[in-house]
Design a protein around this ligand. Structure first.
Ligand SMILES: Cc1cc2nc3c(=O)[nH]c(=O)nc-3n(C[C@H](O)[C@H](O)[C@H](O)COP(=O)(O)OP(=O)(O)OC[C@H]3O[C@@H](n4cnc5c(N)ncnc54)[C@H](O)[C@@H]3O)c2cc1C
Length: 395
């Protein structure tokens, strides 16, 4: 067991942290108020190889391991506290990986190079207006017709709809088929595809929207993997993306504790510095301990993905599912708690935009309510793995 990062990993982590400190921190408020990650920031990320990192070098990616991508996600979550950049990053990493692994050669050559260059967006469309947790009962359908797929239905709360319209790109879209599920790449600029923008409370730099498919025709080359097996590819992508979500939450939690530690060291109350009082001091210690635990849990989840999932080895599926679900359950909660506590140490100042903690609070909340799967869905996965499938009252 070796917890030390290699020289290469350390150098990469330092480079991404510098990008986070110099670029993302400086621009996070702008990202939040303009509702957009500026093109030069995306260009800077592409220059560092951060967009769709796990994609093969052949298609413009870094061919990065899940472990290296996890390290980058921590730094991006620490850099842009609003989580918008982290969401952009992790969606492209997770779903870029799935396309790279299971897509057709022509689709990969067409879709991935602009995504890796920051000139197109790639995301996931699985949630529907009738619900996102119960995916097995989703309604959007795809049927074959004259060598193409025809998609009809509706998706909701999908990240990156506006970005895919503006930059180009689209979403890997889960659809019901006669023999299971098809996972299809659907370009957002397709004919007969209309979009809707939702007005969110946080992570404003990346949009969330609806997609309505009125018999949208999708070429056969955009089918991911085999027909009917789409659910498996989507679940594989969720395992990868959930690990990176958790890593971004770890980075945000560490950023909150950095802000809080500095404040406890300098703020004076009742003639002493705030950190001398055991109330906030012990809270800091407890939060630090929990964040450290979740960070290593997260790095282990990434290590398991590298060792099994990314090699196409399903032999440790239960171990991977438990590791990913438990970290996706823990990381957003501890990150939110860190931000909330640090806000309270700041008193009234914590409630101002100047201190900036509200950016983190609004952003991290998206991972508590549902993005990449709600907390209870993580609990259901863990319950299934710990007690057995008989204890899940539905499929
Ligand atoms: C900011 C943001 C970005 C998103 N981006 C995307 C995206 O890019 N693509 C995409 O497809 N989706 C996206 N989503 C949607 C997300 O995947 C869903 O919110 C999530 O799957 C939950 O679905 P739902 O919101 O319909 O809630 P529901 O499924 O209606 O669930 C409501 C609540 O009930 C809980 N619950 C559900 N079933 C059970 C059960 N059996 N037992 C106990 N509790 C249960 C859930 O955990 C949740 O708290 C995004 C969501 C947000 C908030």
């Amino acid at each position: 067991m070796d917890f030390e990062l290699s020289d290469e990993e350390q150098a990469f982590q330092t480079a991404v942290r510098q990008f986070g400190d110099r670029v993302l921190r400086a621009r996070e408020r702008e990202i939040d108020t303009t509702g957009r990650i500026p093109d030069d920031v995306l260009g800077g990320m592409a220059h560092l190889g951060l967009l769709a990192m796990p994609v093969s070098t052949e298609y413009g990616g870094m061919g990065a391991s899940a472990s290296l991508t996890e390290l980058a996600a921590e730094e991006i979550g620490r850099g842009d506290f609003s989580m918008a950049t982290a969401v952009f990053f992790l969606l492209e990493a997770g779903w870029g990986y799935v396309l790279d692994r299971h897509g057709t050669e022509t689709a990969k050559a067409e879709i991935l190079p602009p995504v890796c260059a920051g000139k197109a967006f790639l995301g996931i469309a699985s949630t529907e207006p009738t619900g996102g947790s119960d995916l097995a009962h989703m309604r959007t359908q795809s049927r074959r017709d004259a060598g193409e797929f025809v998609v009809r239905g509706e998706k909701a709360f999908v990240s990156g709809v506006e970005e895919a319209k503006r930059l180009g790109g689209g979403h890997l879209t889960l659809t019901r088929a006669t023999n299971g599920f098809n996972f299809l790449y659907v370009p957002t600029r397709s004919d007969r595809l209309s979009t809707q923008k939702f007005d969110n409370m946080g992570r404003m730099g990346i949009s969330t929207g609806g997609l309505t498919y009125d018999d949208v025709r999708v070429p056969e080359r955009f089918l991911i993997g085999s027909e009917g097996r789409g659910f498996d590819y989507a679940m594989e992508g969720f395992s990868v993306a959930r690990t990176f979500v958790s890593a971004a939450c770890v980075g945000a939690a560490e950023r909150a504790l950095e802000i809080g530690t500095a404040y406890l060291q300098q703020r004076e109350v009742f003639g002493a510095r705030l950190g001398k009082f055991e109330g906030p001091q012990f809270e800091l210690v407890d939060l630090y301990t929990q964040v450290e635990a979740v960070k290593w849990q997260c790095r282990r989840a990434a290590w398991l993905l590298d060792r099994y999932t990314l090699r196409g080895d399903a032999s440790h599926r239960s171990e991977v599912d438990k590791a990913v679900a438990s970290v996706k359950l823990a990381a957003p909660q501890i990150a939110f708690e860190c931000v909330k506590r640090v806000m309270m140490w700041h008193g009234a100042a914590g409630y101002t935009k100047e201190v900036g903690l509200e950016l983190g609070l609004r952003g991290i909340m998206s991972y508590l309510v549902g993005a990449e799967g709600g907390l209870n869905i993580m609990r259901i996965i863990l319950g299934r793995e710990l007690l057995g499938r008989d204890f899940v009252p539905y499929r």
